[in-house]
Write a protein that binds this ligand. Structure first.
Ligand code: FAD
Ligand code: UDP
Length: 370
């Protein structure tokens, strides 16, 4: 990363996936790019680092890479080697730890049954409560698994995570979680499921390591807004902040991450993440060594406590916030020298791979322009 150019062709706000992919694409095409981030590091929410005990952790919560896009996977493979990892999650329901997404094992253990795959399918068919259209997340869950499984696995978790009832959230939120009647206990079923072998931060360093890219961390857009006025702008922060919240603040859900190190050589839990749909104020506990495969002394875990205040982590998918976003989007369309891309700027509940795809498209569009 070179020193900052006095007059970059592009100013990229945010060094997460959206900003870093755009920066790299523009630099590869011969443009001088300055990337700034108000945090003291690159990588956005996917940033990882060693904690004080030498365990590789994700300070902003567990990040597991998964995609069906060969294009995205191959693009990122330019900057990292991979470690094969399929994420598994158990949900604590009553005294039991049960696979989530719900599968045949979940049903058999929860209800003390011995259903075959066909019988599990028939069971789900019997208990589901068909709904059409599927407008809310409640519609999605009831339509998939009916009310008992909804109450045990979804309603409480969702209330904690969003501070809202399932019925107040758009369908897409709960639709992220499939229902299975076989024994597949993987959280994701994508064709590419890997973790960056040396971690996310190393991958970002490689992506931003280009003679035409300069990076300034600890730099807020507001303090340089009037400095680089001749540069084209790629903005990946919250869209409402860019417009000084002129229509009022967009809701973003935040989290408090409670990290803990345990001086024990055995695992704290059997799988990467355990969800707590009904007990405790936190939603889930993740043990990082499962994700990273790191061999180190002791183990580090994180509990996630959802809250309204704090860094914006999740756009809140519901009709009211979508309508407010549309008003900001209309303003964004008038800013012809600015590209808004990323989870906060597009106000979309996107996974990392979707952000990479969006950033590749955004930079392609910019490069095609005269
Ligand atoms: P970000 O990573 O948020 O980057 C935006 C950057 O812009 C930030 O670094 C921010 O500091 C900076 N910025 C904002 N405003 C300014 C400003 N005014 N000036 C300067 N800089 C600014 N996805 C998956 O695929 N798998 C997972 O397992 C997964 N787990 C997740 C777990 C949690 C708890 C969260 C919150 C998200 C998870 N995600 C996961 C989603 C993933 O984090 C995002 O898809 C991805 O990181 C978004 O990249 P981005 O560049 O759009 O945004
Ligand atoms: N969800 C739930 N119970 C679970 C897991 C997920 O109710 O055990 C619901 C909840 O509304 C959550 C959404 O499904 O916000 C999406 O879950 P995911 O694990 O994809 O959330 P993320 O990892 O993005 O926080």
């Amino acid at each position: 990363m070179s020193t900052s150019p006095s007059s970059p062709d592009f100013l990229v706000v945010g060094a997460g996936f959206a900003g870093s992919v755009c920066a790299r694409q523009l630099a590869d095409a011969g443009h001088r790019v300055l990337v700034i981030d108000k945090r003291p590091h690159i990588g956005g929410n996917a940033y990882d680092c060693l904690d004080e005990h030498g365990v590789l952790i994700h300070p902003y919560g567990p990040h597991i890479f998964h995609t069906n896009s060969k294009l995205v996977f191959e693009y990122l493979s330019r900057f990292t080697d991979w470690r094969f990892y399929e994420h598994r999650v158990l949900a604590k329901v009553g005294d039991q730890l049960l696979p989530i997404p719900i599968n045949r094992t979940t049903l058999n253990k929860l209800y003390g049954l011995t259903l075959s795959e066909e019988e599990a399918q028939a069971y789900i068919e019997r208990v589901r409560e068909p709904r059409a259209p599927l407008k809310t997340s409640e519609d999605v869950v009831l339509n998939s698994v009916g009310s008992d499984l909804c109450e045990k696995f979804f309603r409480g978790y969702t209330r904690k995570q969003w501070g809202l009832d399932l019925s107040e959230l758009s369908a897409g939120v709960a639709a992220r979680i499939p229902t299975r009647t076989n024994d597949d206990d993987r959280y994701f079923s994508d064709s590419f499921q890997f973790m960056p072998a040396q971690g996310y931060t190393r991958m970002f360093e490689a992506m931003l390591d280009h003679p035409l890219i300069s990076v300034q961390t600890g730099q807020d857009f507001e303090s340089v807004r009037e400095v680089y006025t001749s540069a084209r702008l790629i903005y990946t922060g919250p869209i409402d902040s860019y417009f000084k919240q002129c229509f009022g603040p967009l809701p973003y859900r935040s989290l408090r991450f409670a990290h803990e190190h345990l001086d024990q050589d055995s695992s704290f839990q059997a799988v990467g993440t355990v969800n707590y749909p009904n007990d405790h104020a936190f939603t889930r506990i993740t043990e990082f060594k499962h994700l990273t495969g790191q061999k180190a002394k002791g183990t580090s875990i994180v509990r996630e406590y959802p809250q309204d205040e704090g860094d914006p982590y999740y756009p809140v998918p519901r009709p009211e916030s979508e309508a407010l976003f549309k008003r900001y989007e209309a303003l964004a369309e008038q800013e012809t020298q600015v590209t808004f891309v990323g989870r906060l700027a597009q106000y979309r509940y996107y996974n990392m791979d979707q952000i990479v795809a969006a950033a590749l498209k955004a930079s392609d569009d910019i490069l095609k322009r005269p």
